[in-house]
Design a protein around this ligand. Sequence first.
Ligand SMILES: [Zn+2]
Ligand SMILES: [Zn+2]
Length: 353
Amino acid sequence: MALTIRGYAAHSSTSALAPFNFTRRDARANDVVIDILYCGVCHSDIHQARNEWGNSLYPMVPGHEIIGRVSRVGAAVTRFKAGDMVGVGCMVDSCQHCESCAEGLEQYCDEHATLTYNGIDRHDGLPTYGGYSERIVVSDKFVLSLPETLDPKSAAPLLCAGITTYSPLRHWKIGAGHKIAVIGLGGLGHMGLKFAKAFGAEVTLFTRSPGKESEARRLGADHVVLSTDPAQMQAVSSHFDFILDTVPHQHDLNPYLATLKRDGTHVLVGLIEPLEPAVHAASLIMGRKSVVGSAIGGIAETQEMLDFCAANGIACDIEMIDIQNINGAYQRMLDSDVKYRFVIDMASLRREV
Ligand SMILES: [Zn+2]
Ligand SMILES: [Zn+2]
């Protein structure tokens, strides 16, 4: 029997999020039913609620930084039991047989991973609904264990903002002896600073606004460079091994490419639109530099990241909100007025009559 669920949904690209009742499937044999306690608010929630990527399905229940407690498991589930604290990130399924899935890189599944929301379930063809809701039903392979020592509220954004920055730093083996720069100090950027510091790199923040020095240092930066100041940019010419670019809107990469050393890498994690203005090929050729991209991380790596955070005392800096304030929170995110991630206390949804 399907479950009736309360949540918040966008009904069109221009409507505010509003209360919405919908149904979820009953647990299949390998499913975990999770009572959602907290859900982080990601920039991509706004992009998709407003159809800025042109692929939105309505009504849409956003949310892919989910922490909750298992209420029930299907007959074939052995890894989880009722009462366990768990997480769900950006994906809830994938083909499970392609080369990427076999390597634990489900986010690069040849047949495309099933997204936690704004996706279509690959078994029943029904839309997926995300974490701005009281309960979710997820295949056990896509459920993460929350380490006991992590605070469940500040762990929620690790499921997207955390893994999105952890995975590329790991893939390109960033560590001691590397000079790395992070562009942007938002949900992703502040996690990039923390992880890069924890991995032993020398860390610089690029920012467009002055006055962020003490905050950046508190979060792990050794240096801050004001990217609008030509003298400061010149001072870091050919300086960095690696740039983690978290900016979610179009921006000029050329000034940053000039700050990479030979063989340096500029990785994009926040932008999915065309690169504009254009990248000058000469700035790549002269110095054998790379512009690359990276998407979240696989399920095994996401678990590794959660365990790393627990072992190293790393968490997101968050501000808690009630679900009733979600539209105001979106506006504050667009105004860069959050340090550094909103997390919805889903108890506020349960209080609604
Ligand atoms: Zn996200
Ligand atoms: Zn696959």
